[in-house]
Design a protein around this ligand. Sequence first.
Ligand SMILES: [Zn+2]
Ligand SMILES: [Zn+2]
Length: 379
Amino acid sequence: MTDRTPSAEAAGATAPSRTVLLRGGEVHSPADPFATAMVVERGHVAWVGSEGAADAFAQGVDEVVDLGGALVTPAFTDAHVHTTSTGLALTGLDLTGARSLSEALGLVRAYAARRPADRVLLGHGWDAARWPERRAPRRSELDEATGGRPLYLSRVDVHSAVVTTALLDLVPQVHPHGDDVPLTKDDHHAVRRAALAALTPAQRAEAQRAALDRAASLGIGSVHECGGPDISSAEDFAGLLALAAEHPGPRVHGYWADRDLALAKELGAVGAAGDLFVDGALGSHTACLHAPYADAPHTGTGYLDAAEVAEHVAACTGAGLQAGFHAIGDAAVAAVVEGVRAAAAKVGPDRIRAARHRVEHAEMMTPQTIAAFAELGLT
Ligand SMILES: [Zn+2]
Ligand SMILES: [Zn+2]
């Protein structure tokens, strides 16, 4: 453990050398199922036990924390995080509480004034259906409210957005149909990409810090960042790992979803894994299924087949990296299993199991694929 141990921080042990007694709670520990107290010393759990024994420690510690009956557990791990996007949702302008269009425009104006150094302003959560004006903000209104700066505001469902002229100027291929029509589909995606690309390093670091602080406040001691060329950027990923090494808070394990293993290693990833897409998602009918969708005349989309999975798994096993995939539909999960089995036949099942390769989501499992996950050591 390091001096960033979240349990120690939660106990107020900001100096790593401090010794802290926590008492009067429920301490979850297999070593002592009825423990109510614990001692943290130099970032380590030094003792767990009951109140009677805690009295003996109370004089010799730097701080005593009364837990007031709170439950103490080991810190959680969040195994699938997009840290920057999570942080941008926390640091961006939140319009979910705006009760009218004019109130929303007032919030945009105040936010723009509060953040003069931001190259692009980001916000979310507007919902014109709840406003008496019954319409989305017009581009001209947002241009005025921001003083002509780039602004991206996603609707509450995140499938459409309104933006300013200054942001559209960064995306010459998008020609909106008028002043008051929210962007959807391809135009929306292109504009969102441009908005994210326009973030300053300081904005990105602020978002990452906000996400990590939020995780720590929820008792999360470790996060698995799922980055990649289709998700974030090498700069974003490397920046996060550097920041996490400096910033007190959860440990960050980086997964880079790329078949370029040299780059994954160079970036400091523990795995060429995460959202390496074998298929899409159920909501957009792009998860890859064995049978057609009940509400669409096809079986979804496959981006990687079993042979490509096998090649990636074998290469990662050889390189000492975890391999991993985003697979949601039953056909996608089956392709992963077939590919990992083929890799096991090539490099040996023991090496495959020892590498602890992983699958994200795995939403449509069958008894066969569940058994195969156990057999191949997939998590
Ligand atoms: Zn995914
Ligand atoms: Zn993801």
